[in-house]
Design a protein. Structure first.
Length: 433
């Protein structure tokens, strides 16, 4: 069984050895859909203009709903009609096509180069409207409008918030040894519109979103003598160094209130968990132990979970953010590491190792019950969607680094690959403001 020091070295080695194209497009494959996916028809939105639209909004919505595994959109060639409003619906025809819900809409150009997007969601079984909205958007935000509509449909039907209007951050690399370029990238939740936030010839690691869904904390090795934790604004590009002390400066994690960052620091000796005030840089030491304490994640503004080998093997522990008593959270198996916490603080995703395999598991904090939800051999770096319904993680497929996404019950699975190269260390953003 690996020691924690070996674990840290292995994680760093894995992160740095995968190469990939910086601007490569992500491809998402649904490898396992939910058994009870709801049939829905998403009709192409009407549009009457000589100027073509930059995005097919209905296609974006349908793809989002399909990726969730909770819906099964009807193929376009099987649509019985293409209505643009609810007052022209012939519900009997749609019932014969086997759908439970119907989404229709229209896009109207405005004089200021914007658009008004009208849509209605209809219940085919009850033969009545569910909801309808008018959205006014700029031309470069049509795709985001599709994500917003998908979120509305998801919540109206399932009673749970959607997580389509979000972003993911990840690390990609390009070039061989001695000529490698590292990029911190941000893309839409469906992998579209990838944008490099930072490019460096030195390693980049551990991106973590702030609650404002705008700032990213990450680890950079651009100073050859030591690592540093930076904070970067993904919109205006501004960045600042938060901390760079001797030894390890790693694994940043934002507090829910956005005022503090928990991290692993070793300037005082062994790697310990510290909390850093974002504005002042003041440090609060959380753990004091001769073991390796690393990978903090926030349960709430007062509580942290983290990985430690203080019991002889990597396990997940819990502690108050201002220090004090530490309690062990995981007991099943000899390898549990890399915790991520759902937004409600109830579920902890982690890497569970055993029999030469490393898979993603979820533990229920109140009961301690654990469920293994992936079936890979090297699954790592779990990150919850903001609604808590899905978990994004890094994996391997065909010898290359890919991402995976899985529902918290394991019933829905996806594989996310770059068209060229590899991708690692994903982080799912909060909902966009």
């Amino acid at each position: 069984m690996k020691s924690m020091k070996t674990l840290l070295g292995a994680v760093i080695a894995l992160t740095f050895c995968f190469a990939g194209a910086a601007q490569a497009v992500m491809k998402i494959e649904i490898t396992q859909a939910g058994q009870s996916a709801l049939p829905i028809a998403v009709v192409p939105f009407g549009y009457d203009s000589d100027q073509p639209l930059s995005e097919d909004i209905a296609e974006v919505v349908a793809a989002d709903l399909a990726r969730s595994g909770r819906f099964k959109p009807l193929d376009r060639q099987d649509l019985v009609a293409t209505p643009q409003s609810g007052d022209t619906i012939r519900y009997g025809n749609w019932r014969l096509s086997g759908v439970d819900y119907l989404l229709v809409g229209k896009v109207n150009p405005l004089q200021n180069q914007g658009y008004q997007v009208q849509f209605q969601l209809l219940d085919v079984v009850r033969q009545e409207p569910v909801t309808g909205y008018n959205l006014t958007v700029q031309g470069n935000r049509l795709r985001q409008a599709g994500h917003e509509i998908a979120d509305i449909v998801f919540e109206q039907i399932l009673g749970e918030p959607g997580a389509f209007n979000t972003q993911i951050a990840y690390i990609s690399t390009e070039g061989g040894a001695g000529n490698r370029v590292y990029r911190l990238q941000v893309a839409d939740s469906d992998g579209a519109n990838p944008v490099p936030v930072l490019t460096s010839k030195r390693p980049l690691m551990s991106p973590a979103w702030a609650p404002d869904a705008r700032r990213l904390a990450y680890v950079s090795f651009e100073d050859r003598n030591r690592s540093a934790i930076y904070i970067q604004d993904t919109q205006d590009g501004s960045r600042r160094k938060l901390i760079s002390r001797s030894g390890i400066n790693g694994a940043p994690a934002w507090s829910p209130d956005g005022k503090r960052i928990a991290a692993t620091l070793s300037h005082s000796g062994d790697p310990e968990i510290f909390v850093i005030d974002v504005d002042s840089g003041a440090l609060t030491q959380v753990t004091r132990n001769g073991a390796i304490d690393t990978e903090p994640a926030w349960v709430d503004n007062n509580t942290l979970v983290f990985t430690s080998d203080r019991s002889g093997s990597p396990q997940i522990y819990e502690a108050a953010a201002d220090g004090g008593r530490v309690t062990r959270l995981t007991f099943e198996g000899r390898y549990n590491a890399s915790p991520a916490v759902s937004s409600d603080g109830r579920s902890v995703a982690l890497v569970h190792g055993g029999e030469g395999r490393y898979r993603i598991a979820v533990i229920d904090r109140p009961t301690g019950l654990m469920s293994i939800i992936t079936d890979g051999t090297l699954d790592e770096s779990p990150s919850f969607s903001p609604n808590g319904g899905m978990i994004l993680y890094a994996s391997e497929s065909g010898g290359k680094g890919v991402l995976g996404a899985v529902s918290v019950d394991g019933s829905v699975r996806q594989r996310i690959t770059l068209s060229e190269g590899d991708v690692r260390e994903p982080a799912w953003s909060p909902l966009l403001k």
